[in-house]
Design a protein around this ligand. Structure first.
Ligand code: KG4
Ligand code: ZN
Length: 322
């Protein structure tokens, strides 16, 4: 079954084709219109999806050498309502015109399952750390469709903390990749930022962001930007890795899937790779940030077991994965 997947939940306009052999096409267009604003502007995102999605879908079908897929899957939540509606409406329209099934996919399930594209043999149940711009959640993934939230951020998402810290340092958007590159050249022990940990599997990043702001206010003069980035990153990685290790100890499950935009972080990837207690599935970088392949793949798994969505399926901007 060849499935076309469409992703438009935020600022990537993406389409891909997946079948049982893997990814046949994967086209991602990252919207540049937001750069000037230091963050995603929802209305501009919707308009840019409207402008670009037709070209992106056409390119994906051409790359796959396909005129018509066997099914269409699209992100129907969570995400920006206007942005979601663009991809969802397109997907429903295409499915109706081609007379093939349509399925609405949860964006977070797309992230969570994406690493399995390259390792379909990875054994269930597993822990999944989904770290993106909007979410930082630790799941116990028991089987397809059965996910239990066992820990999550109580305030900012990790990616959001990266973006906010980059903004306060005047570094541009999105902050994650910029700070990650700077961190590689700095000393992670230069500044002792707090690692606010709770006894539970929950996480918090807002205090860390405030600590960076306070440090900058108290230290006038040229900023040691690389040391700041490395010290901030060391704290984020410590918080995330300590919660994953605690979850593995509590559940007795050492298998961990790393997913979401922050999974592209070099510091986090290196630390998880070194962990002696964990068996971590770290996806290639292209599967971490938003893409259509993850939506096609998650959609395909559900379509194969007989699920379909009706033409009235709404966009669900706050759809929780559980
Ligand atoms: O999953 P994603 O593409 O979109 C959402 O669903 O949110 O994640 C985007 C987030 C942004 O906050 C971005 O700064 C962060 O992922 N990110 C990174 C890196 N690459 C992207 N954060 C840290 N290090 C990176 N290398
Ligand atoms: Zn995402």
């Amino acid at each position: 079954m060849k499935v076309l997947g469409i992703e438009t939940s935020c600022d990537e306009t993406a389409a891909a084709v997946v079948d049982d052999s893997g990814v046949l096409a994967d086209v991602v267009h990252t919207q540049a219109v937001h750069l000037a604003y230091g963050g995603v502007v929802p209305e501009l995102a919707s308009r840019a999806h409207v402008e670009k999605l037709g070209f992106v879908v056409k390119a994906a079908l051409e790359q796959a050498g396909l005129e018509r897929p066997d099914a269409v899957a699209a992100t129907s939540g969570p995400g920006l309502i206007g942005a979601l509606l663009v991809g969802l409406s397109w997907a429903k329209g295409l499915a109706a015109a081609w007379d093939v099934p349509f399925l609405g996919v949860n964006h977070l399930e797309g992230h969570l399952l994406a690493p399995l594209l390259d390792r379909p043999d990875f054994e269930w149940p597993f822990l999944a750390l989904v770290v993106s711009g909007g979410h930082t959640t630790l799941y116990l993934a028991e089987s397809l469709g059965n996910y239990r939230v066992i820990g999550e951020t109580v305030d900012d998402a990790a990616g959001e903390a990266y973006d906010k810290v980059a903004r306060l340092l005047g570094l541009g958007y999105p902050g994650g990749p910029i700070l990650d590159r700077l961190a590689a050249k700095g000393d992670p022990a230069a500044i002792a930022f707090p690692r606010p940990l709770r006894g539970s599997l929950d996480m918090s990043f807002s205090g860390l962001k405030t600590a960076v702001r306070t440090w900058v206010q108290r230290n006038p003069g040229p900023l040691p930007i690389e040391d700041l980035a490395a010290s901030f990153q060391a704290a984020v990685v410590d918080i995330l890795v300590s919660r994953v290790e605690l979850a593995a100890a509590q559940t007795g499950i050492p298998r961990v899937v790393l997913a979401g935009g922050v999974a592209a972080n070099a510091g986090l990837r290196a630390r998880l790779r070194q962990s002696a207690h964990l068996d971590v599935l770290i996806p290639p970088m292209s599967r971490c940030t938003d893409n259509g392949a993850m939506i096609a793949f998650a959609g395909r798994m559900r379509l194969l077991r007989g699920e379909v969505s009706g033409p009235a399926t709404p966009a669900n901007p706050a759809w929780r994965l559980q």
